[in-house]
Design a protein. Structure first.
Length: 172
């Protein structure tokens, strides 16, 4: 691994700056995840408060393949569905990994969609909305975001200050 030798004084300063910036990035990242979980919770509850359900046929749009290290690949399946409410068609899209795509690849596959009766343009897959509307899981996701973001920031800090930038040994 590449490492740069720097003076001990510079290394101390870099360590302080690294810890502050990465901690700030972790807090912003965790805050974003928490706000997203809260907004998804309120949106799902608003839809599910007064909703109707329809079965919508699912169609496969594309399959994208990502190449990773050591020759590993991962496939992402992109699906879309169309349902109609009062003569107006609404389109929805979602994507899933190859391991979760099998129920949607079958002939005649469909997905249960919930939409708000007052505003049918607010809709989503019922199973996703039910998970997002569960307060316990939303709080758990939000509370897990903070320590995981802190752990990632700490690991990045250690890699930066212990592996990439190392203090030069002083001659005695």
């Amino acid at each position: 691994m590449i490492s740069f030798k720097i003076s001990p004084e510079t290394h101390r300063g870099l360590s302080k700056v690294s810890m502050v910036l990465l901690s700030l990035a972790a807090l912003i990242g965790a805050g974003y995840l928490i706000v997203t979980a809260i907004l998804n919770y309120f949106d799902a509850n608003a839809i599910l408060k007064d909703h109707s359900e329809v079965m919508a046929p699912v169609n496969l749009d594309t399959v994208t393949e990502e190449r990773h290290r050591r020759g590993r690949t991962s496939e992402t399946y992109h699906f879309h569905y169309v349902f109609e409410v009062a003569g107006k068609a609404y389109d929805g899209i979602f994507e899933t990994s190859a391991s979760n795509a099998s129920p949607y690849l079958k002939e005649g596959a469909s997905v249960k969609v919930a939409y708000a009766n007052a505003e049918p343009s607010r809709f989503g897959r019922l199973e996703v909305l039910q998970k997002q509307a569960d307060l316990g899981s939303s709080i758990t996701r939000a509370l897990m975001a903070i320590p995981l973001a802190a752990l990632i920031a700490f690991i990045l800090h250690l890699m930066l200050t212990r592996r990439l930038f190392v203090p030069r040994e002083t001659s005695a």
